[in-house]
Design a protein around this ligand. Sequence first.
Ligand code: GLU
Length: 301
Amino acid sequence: MNDKSRLESGGDAAIVTRFAPSPTGRLHPGHALSAILAHDFSRARGGTFLLRIEDIDGARSRPEHVAAILDDLRWLGLHWDGPVLYQSQRLGLYEDALDRLRGAGLLYPCFCTRADIAREIAASGSAPHGMGEVYPGICRDLAEAQRTRRIVAGEPHAWRIDMAAAVERAGELVWRDCEGMDHRADPLAHGDVVLARKDAPASYHLAVTVDDAARHISHVIRGVDLLPFTDIHRLLQALLGLPTPVYCHHALLTDESGQRLAKRHGAPTLEALRRAGVEGHAFADDLRAGRMPVGIGAAKG
Ligand code: GLU
C-alpha cells in the first residue's frame, strides 16, 4: 500500500516502525517478538513497517544470515513495506554525520587497543560501572599535532565522542515512551563512546540514529536490553538536528523459570523451528498472546 492509498483508507501514514536485525547470526524467538510487535503496531494503525539489515560490521555480517532472516519473517507471516534497507549501502550518510560532529569539535581519534583500555582501567582501580566499562579517556587530551602525526602514519584509530563537551552543547535531553511518559536521557553515564570503529565506518549508535531519522521512523520498538542506548541516540539526535521518535522497549522473552530465553541458553533459532516443521503463524500468535510459543524445546540449533 502506498502513502496515498493508506491515507485514503483512513490509515495513519505518519506511523512508521522498523525491524532492524544484525545479520551476524540466525534469529531467535526474542528477535521474532521484536519484529512482531513492530509489525503489528504499524499494521493496526495503517502505518508502514520497514526492514533494515544492520550490516555495517563487514567482518561479522553474512549474506546467508540475511537470507535466513528474510525466510524467518515470511514464515512468521510478517511482510515489510518497500525494499529491504541495507546499512552497508548507506555509508555516505554516516560519513556526513561524522564530518558534522568532527567539524563541531566533538570527536577525537582514539588509537587505543582493548588491552590499553583494560590496563588503564585496572591501574585506576575504578569500580565496575552499571553501563559496563566506560572509556577512561586515554586519547582525549592528545595534542593536535600528535593526533595528526599518528593518523598520517596510518595508525588504526576509532573516533570517539567527547561526551562531556557534547552534553554541554546539547543541554537537557528528554525522550518519550509509548505510554506517554517522558524520560531524561543520561548520555554521560556511557562515557566517550565510539561513533566510528577501527574496523567499521560507523558504530551501531551512529548508524541507527541516522537511519531512523532518514526513514522517518515514528516509533522505535525494540527489546529492553537496548533501552540504555536510547541515552546516546537521543544525544546524537540533538547534535545532528534530527527528530526524536517515540521509544517502546518491550520485555525480553523468558522461560518458565524466568530465565532470559537467549541463544546462549540453548533457545532454538527460528530456522531450526521452521526446519522442525513448527507452524510459523501459530508460533507468532503464541508470542502475541504472551504464551511460551509452540515448538520451543522441539528443536535445537
Ligand atoms: N541491530 C540491533 C540488534 O540486532 C537492533 C537495533 C535497534 O533496534 O535499535 O540488536
